[in-house]
Every structure is written in structure tokens, then in C-alpha cells.
Design a protein around this ligand. Structure first.
Ligand SMILES: [Zn+2]
Length: 178
């Protein structure tokens, strides 16, 4: 048991900061951020479809989700995108463009998510974390909804139109309800 009272008396005599406050500060710094920053990688293929896998873990279990994860202290958002992509798919991500960011209050967290769009990668896509998700597959974004996909609809709308939906396409997904 640390005798803070004694330490503080001694610190007061030598005009040093309060030891209790220092200890509290130290313990706060060790905790994980309460509002973490995350990166979601939206990789689209030559047909404009998005790479997704069904999640198995608690947050968003059963829903389609992109590769991605939490930003670490020593990396940029782009580096985080590349690292998370490789950790989850085994492939190396090409250049990314941040197309959106959003604040989320869900799964008991407040977090800030950046959305990184890429169109190229090198290597082979495989499921590197089978405990976390099922196999990676490309999906037509017009088939993704709030009930089957964790990625926000307004962010998916920023992606290029899949090639099977030409400009002026009148399918039920491309034509907004009157
Ligand atoms: Zn269409």
C-alpha cells in the first residue's frame, strides 16, 4: 500500500506536484481511449463491387463488414488502413483515398471512423482471422442495407457505381423512390 499522505507531505516540502494526482494521471493514461479512432477499408474491384466479410465477433456479428480496425499511436490513418487490411486479408493494399469520416455512438462506444477507399492491392486475399469473420467476398453495394452491412449507406453511396448499373440505370436500387 502506497502512503500517499506521507509522499504528499514530502512533496509539499520540496514543492513537487501532488503524488496522488500524478498516480491518477498515470492510471488514466494506461487505459484504452474512450473514443477511439478507427479506419474502414473500402476496396472496390474492377466491377465496382466492395470487399466484405460476415463478422463473427460481438460487435456487428452476422453483418457484412470491411477490413479495418483501430488506429495505433505510432501510425497515420493510411498506415492503419494498410496494416489492418494486411492483417485481415494477407494482401498488401494499394493507395487509399479518405472519402469520408463519421462519428459513431454504437456498441457502447463513441468512436470516430475514417473511410479509406482503394481500388488495388497486391498478393492474394484470404481470411487471416477466421475467428473474427467469414471469407472475403465482393458485393454489389446496391444490395447492402442497414440490416445486412455495418458500413453506412451514405458512405457506400460515395463509391463508384458498380459497372452492372450504368449511369441512368432504372433498377430499383438506382432509382430513388418517389
Ligand atoms: Zn441499377
Amino acid at each position: 500500500m502506497v502512503d500517499f499522505a506521507r509522499i504528499n507531505r514530502e512533496r509539499k516540502q520540496s514543492n513537487l506536484p501532488n503524488a496522488t494526482a500524478l498516480a491518477l494521471n498515470a492510471s488514466v493514461k494506461e487505459e484504452k481511449p474512450t473514443h477511439p479512432v478507427g479506419v474502414s477499408v473500402l476496396l472496390t474491384d474492377s466491377q465496382g463491387r466492395v470487399l466484405l466479410a460476415k463478422r463473427k465477433n460481438n460487435s456487428g456479428a452476422g453483418l457484412l463488414s470491411t477490413p479495418g480496425g483501430r488506429l495505433e499511436k505510432t501510425e497515420t490513418i493510411e498506415q492503419c488502413a494498410a496494416r489492418e487490411f494486411e492483417e485481415e486479408t494477407g494482401a498488401q493494399l494499394g493507395p487509399v483515398k479518405i472519402i469520408a469520416w463519421k462519428e459513431h455512438f454504437r456498441y457502447g462506444n463513441h468512436y470516430i471512423m475514417f473511410y479509406a477507399h482503394a481500388t488495388t492491392y497486391t498478393g492474394w486475399l484470404r481470411n487471416c482471422i477466421p475467428d473474427k469473420s467469414e471469407e472475403w467476398e465482393y458485393f454489389d453495394r446496391f444490395l447492402l442495407t442497414e440490416t445486412n452491412c455495418t458500413e453506412p449507406q451514405d458512405v457506400l453511396a460515395l463509391l463508384p457505381r458498380p459497372t452492372n448499373h450504368h449511369a441512368g440505370c432504372v433498377c430499383i436500387y438506382c432509382v430513388a423512390p418517389a
